[in-house]
Design a protein around this ligand. Structure first.
Ligand SMILES: Nc1ncnc2c1ncn2[C@@H]1O[C@H](COP(=O)(O)OP(=O)(O)OP(=O)(O)O)[C@@H](O)[C@H]1O
Ligand SMILES: [Mg+2]
Length: 242
């Protein structure tokens, strides 16, 4: 496997606060990487830096062999990086399938082909019964699935998921976890931010832990679960992976 992402000494300050502070890591192709940490640790800010929504104050990002530091979101999407938003941001005047088609047009030129592809992805995420529904009728759980579908419709090399489980029922969490774990085999590398820890710990090949802008752990789930610094900063107590 070769590296898809290399991040070197990445930092972003908001006035005096370093939301992300000296973060370095790499991601291999085919990984399913968990990214966890307490509220305000800098997880979403790190995503904004990777996806080009925020410019870094310092540091470098290499994606798929190119230095992409400071590139804009549309440019990052074009070279294969997709992300979901912690708060879903669908186009509220459009239907479910139209929202996904806007993304699938990036790689599909004809309306027909974009629509067929969008419907396939909607089936993958369990939204087949809602294809023509206005997005305003969707529950939180269904909106989260739409967010995932829109990201995958870009046919990314890397997808950044930001709390796609929040607000889901246990059955929905199990279904989504099963689905996410199939993505690496389809050639999609995943970084996954989630507070639903059992889902991450069960599926991730590796887990990174952010605390106050800094990486305090970067290891296999089992090792992270008993890491003293992580327990102190986030878990409160050792967590069971059974
Ligand atoms: N645009 C901004 N302007 C000022 N401060 C910001 C901005 N975005 C984030 N921050 C601050 O940066 C820190 C990290 O926030 P971030 O949203 O990245 O955390 P997070 O790890 O995603 O938290 P959560 O688990 O609650 O989603 C917080 O202290 C937050 O208040
Ligand atoms: Mg966040």
């Amino acid at each position: 496997m070769t590296e898809l992402v290399q991040v070197e000494n990445l930092g972003r300050a908001f006035d005096a606060l370093w939301a992300v502070n000296g973060v370095s890591f790499s991601v291999e192709r085919g990984e399913l990487l968990g990214l966890i940490g307490p509220n305000g640790a800098g997880k979403s800010t790190l995503y904004n830096l990777l996806a080009g929504a925020l410019a870094p104050t310092r540091g470098e990002i290499v994606f798929d062999g190119q230095r992409v530091t400071g590139w804009k979101p549309y440019h990052m999407a074009r070279v294969g990086m997709a992300r979901t938003f912690q708060i879903p941001k669908p186009y509220r005047r459009l239907s479910v399938v139209e929202n996904v088609m806007l993304a699938s047009f990036q790689r599909h030129r004809s309306v027909r082909s974009a629509r067929v592809f969008a419907e396939e992805i909607l089936a993958d995420v369990g939204l087949s019964d809602h294809v023509t529904a206005p997005v305003t009728t969707l529950t939180v759980g269904l909106l989260k699935r739409l967010e995932v579908a829109r990201a995958l419709a870009l046919e990314p090399k890397l997808v950044l998921f930001d709390e796609i489980m929040a607000g889901l029922t246990p059955t929905e969490v199990a279904a989504m976890t099963g689905f996410v774990s199939t993505l690496p085999a389809r050639g999609i590398t995943v970084i996954w931010v989630e507070h639903v820890l059992h889902a991450i710990m069960k599926t991730a090949t590796r887990v990174m832990v952010l605390d106050r802008g800094q990486l305090i752990a970067n290891d296999a789930p089992k090792a992270v679960a008993r890491d003293a610094a992580v327990i102190k900063a986030y878990f409160g107590e050792e967590i069971s992976l059974a």
